[in-house]
Design a protein around this ligand. Sequence first.
Ligand code: ADP
Length: 582
Amino acid sequence: MQKKLMATYILIISLTIIIAVLFSWNKGNQYFRDTVRKDTETKGQLLIDILTNEAENDSLDFQAFADRYSNKSEVRITLIDMEGIVVADSDEDYRIMDNHAFRNEVSRAIKGEIASKIRYSDTLGTYYLYTALPISIKGFQGVLRLSMPLIEIQNIAIDMIKYVVYGILIGAVIAVIIAYIVTKRFMEPLGQLTQAAIKISEGNYNDKIYIRSKDETGKLAEAFNDMSVKLSLNMWKLEKRNREFESVLSSMINGVIAVDEDYKIFLYNSKLNQILNIQEDIVGKSIYEVIRNTTIFNVLEKSIEQNEYIVDETIIKSNKKDKTIRVYANPIFAPKRASIKTMGTLLVIRDITQMKKLETMRSDFVSNVTHELNTPLTSIRGFVDTLKNGAIKDEKVAARFLDIIDIETERLSLLIQDILSLSAIENMEDEKNSSINNIGEIINEVTEILNPKLENKDINVDIRVKKDVTYNCNRNRIKQLIINLMDNAIKYTEKGSVIILCDESEEDVIIEVTDTGIGIEEQHIPRLFERFYRVDKGRSRNMGGTGLGLSIVKHIVGLYKGKIEVESNIGVGTTFTIRLPK
Ligand code: ADP
């Protein structure tokens, strides 16, 4: 830039010098020619006067006259008659000279005019001024022509050229100096501005430019500083909005993916990666490349086709676990002022696996509850009918039937109690009626309650309780937990022992119930805590089980944010370990 400016300066200065020199040279040349012409004309007049005198005195000798006055007046003198024949010449032999009638100045002088003409003389290699004056003297009429070499004009021209060259050289030096100073003055702030612009493009808005001058560069610097402040503010706002937008997007529980009109992805969130199990960055890729699910494509295409909101559900198969997803597609409407109507489509993908599972669980629960309630009711009804139909008369049979009805009613009541306590715990977010309870005491109470169940069984109950283990809890809740576990241990053990252990670590209170009963096959263990799940339905019913005991245990443990583990071997026994965080 600086070099260009300097070159321009030098060019301008050189051109100015050349134009000035040419102009003045032209003027000077003109002036010089005019002066020489006038001078020659004056000389001519003077010579004509002399000639007239000499003619009066009859001493006319043209050649002698020409020779004499040529030296004196430093001009070439030629005398030509009216026919153009040269009659005398100071420099040449007039006898061998051409007819001059057609020389411009001569022909015009013959006509009576004083005429001048500048011509280049090949013989002498210089310009000549020819001035012809008509003469009419005694005994002769013709033309007196004076020729004057213009060698000086040529010399002046050479001098001029020299001066031009010197002028240009000096001008160039001055131009370089001026250009250097001036461009430096201009370039310095420009350099600063350029540096600042580079920094801004790198995202650094804090640098200011300090230019004190009040001219345009100063104003530019000021404007630049203002601009960088505004830019920085806008960038900050933009970044803030982006951050907010990204946070909102990544905090969404649903997967989001936006595609443009060419089905190219321009936005998505991390939840989408999680739901669809996508590892790489997918911005800029076609949705067809990234996702392979026809329902998603159908929803997307239908939404584009109908330009409206479409929703559908599908299952995504995966190695780990199949997922049920609900896909919502909605056209992205462009802002009001934009020339286009839509900018693409927004897909919201919701993982509804859990919801579906809960739905299934709920409906399973309803049908299970109905079934569980129905079984004892049908049985009660059957026996009541039989009694009504006459069996009541047979005392023995009636007593047996009434016993059965009693058992079934008891079962019904137990079932309803379990359902109620399960739903109560389920609806609870945290335990309200808590107090410090001694776990050993609760265990002793439970053993007392369950003692009758040990009748007819060869079971040794072993209580291994660490002294003074306390826990902040609802006493009845923990009591129910221990009852359910110990009741199961006794129910599913015919012979051997039931060990109840209570211990504590720094973090947890540990309750463990071990039996030497029938054990549970490994495949059933993950489902044991589901409502109404029984390994052996018949056996459980016979034992008076509702199928809700472990489900209640799981919910109580969940209420205290604890953990539950099961270890079991068929024919060897089962251990339930519960850890309740303190
Ligand atoms: P139930 O009222 O049928 O005992 P639970 O929810 O308490 O219902 O238990 C679910 C199932 O787990 C039982 O039906 C039984 O098959 C199995 N189970 C629970 N505890 C034991 C245990 N200690 N030993 C063997 N099987 C058990």
